[in-house]
Write a protein that binds this ligand. Structure first.
Ligand code: SAM
Length: 215
């Protein structure tokens, strides 16, 4: 099936075998769903899914779940999976505010946040995916020793994200203000759609890797 336009996108998503239709019913049972005991890595706000599709192809021994709020971009991720099917990659259409209803305590091994929407108005700060409010949700679903990896080209959002860590039990393990110029941190870096666009425009990319204090 080719998805050339987005007419009927809800129907296509509702029928796709790559999309978990009732994600809340999977809570605590994600490894059963994948049929193995491999770690589970999720990307929140995955957009068209290039990053996760590439990682899932490179790492067949890891299970990946891509979370996206909007049907129009999720459709593109489904299309990619139809062109090249990967048994270790699934998608959910949902708002990340519901994360703790979808994943059990400690069920997730790693969380990726890539080029999250900046929500520049102060009153919308709690909607930012690296905010204290979201970090507290990640704290529930992330296993002990699990990591969050966040990258963006937006300096204000990055500074906010680093400050928010102080309000939580998460601490920066690694941090860079020039990912592509950082020999250690750029190793194995998989570019996202936004990363390709913004780094081609000359913007530096900021990244942190965080874990819980003492881990
Ligand atoms: N990660 C991709 C990349 O780096 O190319 C896409 C980045 S795009 C700027 C941010 C994406 O996050 C959008 O597709 C948006 O719909 C999604 N998003 C924002 N807030 C979300 C939320 N609360 N739950 C799920 N998806 C969200």
């Amino acid at each position: 099936m080719r998805l050339r336009n987005i007419t009927g996108s809800r129907e296509i998503i509702g029928e796709s075998r790559f999309v978990v239709q009732e994600p809340k019913a999977q809570k605590g049972k994600w490894r059963e769903r994948f049929g193995n005991e491999a770690p589970i890595y999720i990307e929140i706000g995955m957009g068209k899914g290039k990053f996760l599709h590439t990682l899932a192809g490179q790492n067949p021994d890891i299970n990946y779940v891509g979370i996206e709020k909007y049907s129009s971009v999720l459709l593109r991720a489904i299309q990619k999976s139809e062109e090249e099917e990967l048994s270790n990659l699934l998608f959910i259409r949902m708002d990340a505010e519901e994360l703790t209803e979808v994943f059990g305590q400690g069920e997730v091994d790693r969380i990726y946040l890539n080029f999250s929407d900046p929500w520049p108005k102060d009153r919308h700060a709690k909607r930012r995916l690296p905010s204290e409010q979201f970090l507290n949700r990640y704290d529930v679903i992330l296993k002990r020793g699990g990591r969050i990896e966040f990258k963006t080209d937006n300096r204000a959002l990055f500074d906010f994200a680093v400050e928010e860590l102080q309000k939580t039990g998460f601490r920066a393990e690694k941090i860079t203000y020039d990912l592509h110029g950082d020999k250690e941190m750029r190793e194995g870096n998989v570019m996202t759609e936004y990363e390709e666009k913004f780094s081609a425009a000359g913007n530096p990319i900021y990244k942190y890797i965080v874990c819980r204090e003492g881990e």
